[in-house]
Design a protein around this ligand. Sequence first.
Ligand code: 6GU
Length: 236
Amino acid sequence: MRFSFLTLFPGLVEGYFSDSILGRAKEEGKIAVDFLNPRDFSLSRHKKVDDYQAGGGAGLLMGPQPLDDALAYFLKKTPHAHVVFPVPAGKPFTQKDAKRLAKKSHVVFVCGRYEGIDERIVEEYADELFSIGDYVLTGGELASMVMCDAISRNVEAVLGNDASLDEESFEAGLLEAPSFTKPNEFKNKCVPSEFLKGNHAKIAGLKKVMACAKTQFYRPDLFVNQKLTCQEKDHR
Ligand code: 6GU
């Protein structure tokens, strides 16, 4: 899968793909990452990309010309790319979106800076607008990296162990159950004894109950329509 970032600051994004899981995924060709800088398309004398807001208002906007030329140039080569604009006014980005976009062959993130992007560019090029939360960032780069990370780990073979995708938070609308590793006792706190006995059906049932409890406690808004099987109820 290919990710492209239209950004005035490719250096902000690049480093994220040099290490750890996404670094390896890139090295192994599971994902590809490239950059296009709208400044390189500016027709103004000093490669200007920003301008004052029409009608007044604090701060500068990214003007339409460099972005329009960059996107036109880019999409001519890859007309089927899926174009995402990270903006505070977008719909909330969720795990469902991450899984859906992982099936695309090419996603383009158009990263705004300053107070945003001229709306005519959004109208012309956006396939989807996403927000990653109710706060304002200084630019779209971080938000794009967040989405790219969440999408990438749902791309085939990016995680070493695809099974870890099935059990994790937000699958089945629940947060993930607490998890533990060795040692069995640490600072007087023990791993739940059932986890050490090896009855996998029992452990799964217990984990479901713990996931429910955790979700009810931390995210009651997520805890709707949860049904427990009879066996799972036995653990309560
Ligand atoms: Cl997706 N982009 C930007 N620029 N700011 C945000 C955001 C996205 N989500 C919250 N704030």
